[in-house]
Design a protein around this ligand. Structure first.
Ligand SMILES: Nc1ncnc2c1ncn2[C@@H]1O[C@H](COP(=O)(O)OP(=O)(O)OP(=O)(O)O)[C@@H](O)[C@H]1O
Ligand SMILES: [Mg+2]
Length: 460
């Protein structure tokens, strides 16, 4: 199929000549005034248009041509319009370019020159169209910046859509690096609080002694060093959302205070006597097994049930069918653009290695590996070596045998535990060691069983 070219000129002779000259390469559509031009444009959607500015009813002024041009650009902003300008009309042609025309050719038109201009214009139009479609496809696949076409992630997106319409607390569960913070932000952005603040606090990263004042604020002089009154994060998030990351790390006395807030929307600053009403929505997250903390007495049951009215569980990356590859491609596109390394791609072995790896660090690990690979690579194809996914050969030179052995042991054991959902017996059996030996190795190498799988493991 030949590409479509629309030629608009009121001179019948020129139309015939041009059609004859360009017919071989293009499907040339003809129009002589605004009405026929618009009709042809709407019916055929040509990518490129050749436009004579002086048309009836005012063939000596460019008005009609400008009107057609702006109508075409309104219908499709990617349309490439080439102005055919008569002698002494150069200023009109330049004005047209200022208004969005792509190029111009002066009469009498040199056919060979015009053919070159057309060739280049169609090429650019094709690239733009491709780029636009590709962008739309990407946007179609992402949900508030999160990529995931797997059914497990689609379920997550559905939950987010539902919980965003309410004000209820949400508990987000998921291994580290699965995107818990992204989910919290997505909930905020889709809620009626989107114009209010989104405040995040990592409860595990703040010393216990400071956490209370950080969350609830303090009055001047309430403790040594409290020189001024200060609002806490709960208060600063008023009208918006407070993201409590690593909620499992909140010490018991503070849990009581937080529960009171969740029940009554009232806080008291440290050292203050006044009750302050605060309109803040709580979204909490944890990668720990909160149920286990409940039975250990490290987390209050009443608080747990308040927080966990609605939970969103993020699947680990290895359980997202098809997403590893598309996320890898997305990160590659991003980092390649950032570092201006165009045309980078994964080689076949790299794609296989990506699929085989069990991703204990989930999306964050994938992001980091691709980022490092893009920076380090010297060719145009990323290899398993660039991704540091080629087993033994990625151990740096200068490593002692002992360190290398431990690194390999650690990776194998972690992978096997993930594969068997944290169950010791089948992991030990596949590794060819006894259960006590596996426990010993885990202790020596500092490996913990995957948190979210502990429940299953305990029922072994
Ligand atoms: N579905 C996704 N699409 C694109 N990027 C993602 C997706 N999920 C996570 N990411 C990216 O992965 C990284 C980790 O995400 P995030 O910080 O939300 O995870 P997390 O579960 O809070 O991790 P941690 O438990 O370590 O705090 C971020 O850089 C984030 O942008
Ligand atoms: Mg996080």
């Amino acid at each position: 199929m030949k590409p479509k070219l629309l030629l608009i000129d009121d001179d019948a002779e020129i139309r015939t000549q041009m059609k004859w000259a360009l017919n071989q390469e293009y499907e040339v559509l003809l129009a002589e005034d605004r009405n026929t031009a618009l009709a042809a444009f709407k019916e055929h959607r040509p990518g490129v248009v050749l436009l004579d500015l002086g048309l009836p009813p005012a063939p000596n002024s460019p008005e009609e041509g400008f009107a057609i041009m702006s109508e075409f650009l309104r219908l499709n902003s990617l349309t490439k319009i080439i102005i055919i300008s008569g002698q002494g009309e150069k200023s009109n042609a330049l004005q047209a370019i200022g208004a969005g025309a792509y190029d111009f050719a002066a009469k009498p038109v040199d056919v060979e020159e015009l053919k070159l201009i057309l060739k280049r214009t169609f090429h650019v139009a094709g690239l733009e169209k491709e780029y636009r479609e590709w962008q739309q496809r990407l946007q179609g696949e992402s949900f508030e910046g999160m990529f995931g076409t797997s059914s497990t992630m689609q379920t997550v997106f559905t939950s987010i859509r539902k919980v965003s319409t309410t004000d209820a607390p949400v508990l987000i569960l998921g291994e580290s690096g699965t995107g818990k913070e992204m989910v919290a932000r997505a909930i905020h952005k889709r809620s009626s609080r989107k114009d209010g603040p989104f405040v995040a606090i990592n409860c595990g990263a703040i010393p216990e002694t400071l956490l209370e004042s950080e969350l609830f604020g303090h009055e001047k002089g309430s403790f040594t060093g409290a020189h001024v009154q200060r609002k806490g994060r709960i208060e600063s998030a008023s009208g918006g959302t407070l993201f409590l990351d690593e909620i499992g790390e909140i010490p018991l006395p503070l849990q009581v205070k937080l529960l009171r807030f969740l029940q009554d929307q009232i806080i008291e600053r440290v050292g203050g006597r006044q009750s302050i009403e605060v309109d803040t929505r709580i979204v909490a997250a944890t990668n720990a097994d909160l149920k286990k903390s409940l039975s250990d007495g490290r987390f209050r049951e009443d608080l747990y049930y308040r927080l966990a009215v609605v939970t969103v569980s993020l699947p680990p990356l290895r359980e997202r069918e098809g997403d590893i590859r598309s996320l890898a491609q997305e990160f590659l596109r991003r980092f390649a653009a950032e570092t201006e390394k165009d045309g980078l791609a994964f080689d076949q072995d790299a794609l296989k290695a990506l699929a085989r790896h069990t991703w204990p660090g989930n999306v964050r690990e994938l992001e980091n590996r691709v980022k490092r690979a893009v920076i380090m690579t010297e060719g145009s194809r990323l290899t398993p070596h660039d991704l540091e996914l080629n087993g033994v050969s990625n151990i740096a030179s200068g490593t002692t045998l002992k360190d290398a052995r431990e690194a390999v042991e650690r990776e194998l054991i972690q992978n096997m535990l993930h594969k068997h959902s944290g169950k010791i017996a089948p992991a030990a059996s596949e590794l060819g060691v006894s259960r006590p030996t596996l426990y010993e190795l885990m202790e020596k190498l500092g490996i913990q069983r995957p948190a979210r799988d502990l429940k299953i493991a305990e029922s072994e």
